[in-house]
Design a protein around this ligand. Sequence first.
Ligand SMILES: C[S@@+](CC[C@H](N)C(=O)[O-])C[C@H]1O[C@@H](n2cnc3c(N)ncnc32)[C@H](O)[C@@H]1O
Length: 193
Amino acid sequence: MNLDKDFWNNRYAGNQIGWDLGAPSTPLKEFVDTLEDKSIRILIPGCGNAYEAEYLHQQGFENVFVIDIAPLALEGFKKRVPEFPADHLILGDFFEHEAEYDLILEQTFFCALDPKLRSDYAKKMHDLLAPNGKLAGVMFCFELTEQGPPFGGSATEYEGYFGELFEIKSMQPCLNSIKPRLGNELWVELLKN
Ligand SMILES: C[S@@+](CC[C@H](N)C(=O)[O-])C[C@H]1O[C@@H](n2cnc3c(N)ncnc32)[C@H](O)[C@@H]1O
């Protein structure tokens, strides 16, 4: 399966977006509520309908950027949240994006990628973060099979990709997952080395 731009755009075109929560996920929302500095540069990659970006914007965070490879995802977001700065919506491939952020939020993006890209994901996250920058969010912890997306994995596997590049502050079972995902998610906080 080719998980390219057309694959994802067609999912939005056909409204086959089973991952979409219609609201910011509880773990991300509660994490955002702990952030004090509203000027930090935040990226949400593979943002989809980007409810977390909408929430950040409502809370007064000024430097929130989203990137997605599917034009329809960003078009939908733009229509739903017209007040979000248009120049903070980036249409493109995460792996080709170049900028610097203090915080990157992960929410069903890692699991949507071909598992072969996992080390590249870890390296790209490291490159995109400023010194002391943080990658935070949720990652699935269920068996990795050929079937996906979403593709599963385990903390042990993930430590292999991130361990040398990041200080692993948290990679623990997520206690405030939404009900259908409870027991299947890790809460992850990785500090750039
Ligand atoms: C499973 S969806 C999750 C969307 C959103 N994070 C959510 O939780 O609702 C994965 C998203 O990643 C996007 N995506 C996949 N590969 C990408 C890439 N290389 N660069 C940027 N976005 C990508 C897809 O278009 C899709 O919107």
